[in-house]
Design a binder for this molecule. Structure first.
Ligand code: SF4
Ligand code: SF4
Ligand code: SF4
Length: 293
């Protein structure tokens, strides 16, 4: 396996600093990665998928038997590649197929009548096998699904089931498996690149429905702000009216220039407030001055 497999990787893998390694190390990591199923399920304790696990096996002596979907065949392949002792494969929650010696294949299926269209399962799928839009039923492309189970946990209504795939009549050839793994790896990288692009592009970071929701949210907030300002004005005007009435009562009994000035000031403030509350009231159009007059 050529180390070029490790070139032009999604940004998620930058932290692995694979480009700083010797060719020999890169070659080993590429070979181990190529032997992994590319399900990207994280059951090897590497939530970011097969490549980080391959790097950990080569660089940090991590046990090579942790890939659950790979089962015993993958554990043995890596042991041979790295000339390490064989290890029993990590136990699987699914029965081991007698034909493949790997866990029985499963696929996720959405119970479409129960789906509430919340879209939470879509970003969880590492190979973009789920389609659907907000508030609409979602569907899984069974052919693309690897049965990784990552979409199960985010579903708030628990409407995703796993179904066992009937055992194929003939065991997959090495060539078929290699092709399938290359396809899954490509889909995972496309998924990662798409998500990264969405995160970086703030102008188009969300699907159309979410952008509409955001705009709606902005409009609602704006209207809340307006209501707040209006409420403050109403309270202020009420206070001014009370003060004005009080002063008018006092001034009707006894003349007082100071209180008279206060009254005029309050009246002006009230006029200003009332004008601000009805900005759309048409102002009288000023007639042009006749220069001859
Ligand atoms: S397929 Fe195997 S190596 Fe890849 S993420 Fe799953 S458990 Fe890890
Ligand atoms: S649909 Fe679910 S189970 Fe299938 S690959 Fe996607 S996340 Fe995994
Ligand atoms: S998370 Fe569950 S309810 Fe939400 S869209 Fe996916 S399948 Fe439907």
């Amino acid at each position: 396996m050529t180390p070029e497999r490790l070139d032009n990787l999604p940004i998620l893998f930058k932290r692995l600093a694979l480009d700083t390694l010797s060719d020999a190390k890169r070659q080993l990591i590429a070979a181990v990665d190529a032997s992994l199923p590319q399900t990207q399920c994280g059951l090897c304790d590497h939530a970011d998928g097969c490549l980080p696990y391959a790097a950990a096996i080569v660089l940090h002596q991590e046990p090579h038997n942790k890939c659950v979907p790979g089962g015993q065949p993958v554990s043995d392949t890596i042991a041979a590649l790295l000339q390490r002792p064989t290890l029993p494969a990590r136990s699987s929650p699914w029965p081991i197929s007698n034909q493949t010696q790997r866990p029985t294949a499963v696929r996720a299926v959405i119970r479409e009548d129960d789906c509430i269209g919340c879209t939470k399962c879509i970003p969880a799928c590492p190979v973009d096998a789920i389609i659907g839009t907000g508030k609409h039923m979602h569907t899984i492309f069974t052919d693309l699904c690897t049965g990784c189970e990552l979409c199960l946990a985010p579903c708030p209504v628990d409407c995703i089931d796993l179904v066992v795939i009937p055992t194929p009549l003939s065991v997959q050839s090495l060539e078929q498996r290699t092709q399938e793994q290359a396809h899954l790896r490509q889909r995972y990288h496309t998924h990662l690149n798409r998500v990264a692009t969405q995160m970086l592009d703030t102008s188009n970071a969300k699907p159309v429905t979410s952008m509409v929701e955001t705009k709606l949210g902005n409009a609602v907030h704006q209207s809340l702000d307006i209501s707040e300002v209006q409420a403050k004005r109403t309270i202020e005007a009420a206070k001014l009216r009370t003060s004005i009435k009080k002063l008018e009562k006092q001034l009707s009994v006894r003349v007082n220039p100071k209180k008279q000035a206060e009254l005029m000031a309050f009246q002006q403030q009230l006029d200003a407030l009332q004008q601000a509350e009805s900005p759309l009231i048409e102002q009288p159009i000023e007639q042009p001055q006749n220069e001859s007059l």
